[in-house]
Design a protein around this ligand. Structure first.
Ligand code: 4AD
Ligand code: MG
Length: 430
C-alpha cells in the first residue's frame, strides 16, 4: 500500500492508501470516530467506524490524543461535504507516539502564550499558510532577479563597520577585537556591483532596535539588489516591477493559503506598475493638509507613513528626503544638495515603509567628508572608499524587508507571524 501526501489524495479516489501524520483533532459519537489528520501538506478527515475495523484498531483510535503521530490506512472517498473534498475511510492504524496533553488547544489563546510556544504554534493551519506564502515570496523574489540577469552574492554577517548608523549595532567579541552583526549587506553589494554589474544579496540582518512596534524585529531578512550605471529613476522602476511581480505570483500560486488566513485580496489584485511618486516636500504638504503636525527636516514615523499611504490605492514612493535623516552614503541631489536621491516605498493598508533605497555617493571626497561628519571610524571604511578610487560609476540599490512585505501581503497586524522564530526586543525564546 502506498503512503501518500494529503495534498495528493485526489489522485487515489477509491484506492487504499497510507497517510503518515499527526492528529489535529478528534470527535467521537460512540460508534464513529472522526479524526482530522495533518501531514504538513494538508488536512483530511479520517473516519473510523466500529465493526468496520478490528476492535483493537477502533480502541486505538479512541485513545489518540491531539498531536499523536500515526500512520493510518484507509480508502480515499470523494465527498463534497468533507473539508477539502475528500475523506479517508479508516481500515487500520499504527501509532508512532501518543502525544502528552498538548498545550495548544483549538480554542483561542493569547499572543504571549502562543509566542512562548512558537515551536508548536507553527503547526496550526494559519501559521503553516503564512509560512508557505513567505516561501513563495522568497522564491518569486529570487526568480525575478535571476531572470533579469542579477548575480546572487552572499554578504558577510560578521562585519567591522556599520551601514545604517551606529545606534542599532549588535556587537560581539571577535578574538582581540569587536565585530558587529550586519545591519545590511549594501556596502558589500556595492563592491560586487563594480565586479558584476547587477547583484543582490538575500540574508538575515540585525538591528538592536529598542522599538516595540508591529513592524520591528531585531533579526529580519532583507533582499538587497545593487546596480552599477543605474540612477534613482531606474532604481524605482526595478522596485515597482519586483513588488508587482511577487504579489501577482502569490495571488496565483497561494490561493488556498490566502483563503485560509482570510485575506481580502481585492486591493492586492490591482498592484501593478507604475506606482505614484511624491517628493518628501510634497509628503510634508499632504501631512499638513491632513492636519498632522510635522516639521520639515524630521523623519516620518509609522503614523505619518500610514496617513501618506492612505492617500493612494497603490504603494507610493517618497523620494528626496533631507540628507540629515538618511544614511551617510546617500547621494545629494545635484540641484538641491540638502535633499538626497533616496526613496522609501510605503505600502498601503497601514503597512508603511517596506523598501528603503537610493543612489549612492560616487565621489571620493564627498564620501570621505560624510564618513567624518557621521563620526564613523575611517579605517573600517577604507575599502569602501576605495570603490570610488578605482573606476567609480553612478550606482543605486535598495533593501526590501521580507517580513514587512509578507505582513502586508497576508494582511497581518504584526510582523511576528511572518517569520518562523521571531526575535523581538523582549523575546529570544524559543
Ligand atoms: O531602510 P533600511 O534601513 O535600508 C537599508 O538597510 C539599506 N542599506 C538597504 C539598501 O539600500 N541596500 O532597511 C530596508 C528595509 C526597510 O524598508 C524595512 O522593510 C526593513 O528593511 N527593515 C526592517 N524590518 C523589520 N524589522 C526591522 N527592525 C527593520 N528595519 C528595516
Ligand atoms: Mg528605511
Amino acid at each position: 500500500m502506498q503512503t501518500v501526501n494529503i495534498s495528493h489524495v485526489a489522485e487515489y479516489v477509491d484506492e487504499e492508501v497510507k497517510i503518515a501524520g499527526w492528529v489535529y483533532n478528534k470527535r467521537s459519537s460512540g460508534s464513529v470516530i472522526f479524526l482530522i489528520l495533518r501531514d504538513g501538506t494538508g488536512f483530511i478527515q479520517a473516519v473510523a467506524v466500529k465493526g468496520e475495523i478490528s476492535d483493537g484498531d477502533f480502541q486505538t483510535c479512541d485513545e489518540l490524543t491531539q498531536e499523536s503521530s500515526v500512520v493510518i490506512s484507509g480508502k480515499v472517498r470523494a465527498d463534497k461535504r468533507a473539508p477539502g473534498g475528500f475523506e479517508l475511510a479508516v481500515t487500520g492504524i499504527e501509532v508512532v507516539q501518543i502525544a502528552d496533553e498538548y498545550p495548544i488547544s483549538l480554542k483561542k489563546h493569547g499572543v504571549d502564550f502562543l509566542m512562548e510556544r512558537r515551536h508548536l504554534w507553527l503547526r496550526t493551519p494559519r501559521q503553516t499558510a503564512i509560512l508557505r506564502i513567505r516561501h513563495e515570496v522568497i522564491k518569486a523574489i529570487r526568480d525575478f532577479f535571476d531572470e533579469q540577469g542579477f548575480v546572487l552574492i552572499d554578504a558577510p554577517i560578521l562585519t567591522p563597520s556599520a551601514c545604517e548608523g551606529t545606534t542599532t549595532l549588535f556587537s560581539t567579541e571577535y578574538f582581540d577585537s569587536t565585530a558587529y552583526l550586519s545591519q545590511s549587506g549594501q556596502l558589500y553589494m556595492e563592491a560586487a556591483a563594480m565586479a558584476l554589474g547587477k547583484v543582490y544579496c538575500f540574508g538575515p540582518t540585525f538591528r538592536a532596535e529598542k522599538s516595540k512596534t508591529r513592524r520591528h524585529l531585531t533579526e529580519f531578512w532583507m533582499v538587497e539588489p545593487e546596480m552599477a550605471w543605474v540612477d534613482l529613476d531606474g532604481n524605482l522602476k526595478v522596485q515597482e516591477e519586483l513588488v508587482s511581480y511577487v504579489i501577482q505570483r502569490v495571488l496565483e500560486e497561494k490561493k488556498n493559503e490566502l483563503e485560509t488566513i482570510k485575506r481580502d485580496t481585492g486591493r492586492l489584485e490591482n498592484i501593478k506598475p507604475p506606482f505614484p511618486r511624491i517628493s518628501y516636500d510634497e509628503a510634508v504638504e499632504i501631512l499638513h493638509k491632513c492636519g498632522v503636525e510635522f516639521e520639515w527636516g524630521n523623519d516620518f514615523g509609522g503614523g505619518d507613513e500610514t496617513v501618506l499611504a492612505e492617500q493612494f490605492e497603490l504603494p507610493v514612493f517618497v523620494h528626496r528626503y533631507p540628507s540629515s535623516v538618511k544614511a551617510f552614503y546617500m547621494k545629494p541631489d545635484p540641484e538641491r544638495p540638502e535633499v538626497c536621491l533616496s526613496a522609501d516605498l510605503l505600502a498601503p493598508e497601514g503597512y508603511g515603509e517596506i523598501i528603503g533605497g537610493g543612489q549612492r555617493i560616487d565621489d571620493l571626497e564627498l564620501l570621505a567628508s560624510r564618513i567624518k561628519e557621521h563620526n564613523l571610524p575611517e579605517e573600517a571604511y577604507e575599502w569602501y572608499m576605495g570603490l570610488r578610487r578605482y573606476g567609480s560609476v553612478p550606482h543605486s540599490g535598495f533593501g526590501l524587508g521580507i517580513e514587512r512585505f509578507v505582513a502586508w501581503i497576508c494582511g497581518l497586524d504584526h510582523v511576528r507571524e511572518t517569520i518562523p522564530f521571531p526575535r523581538l526586543l523582549n523575546r529570544i525564546y524559543p
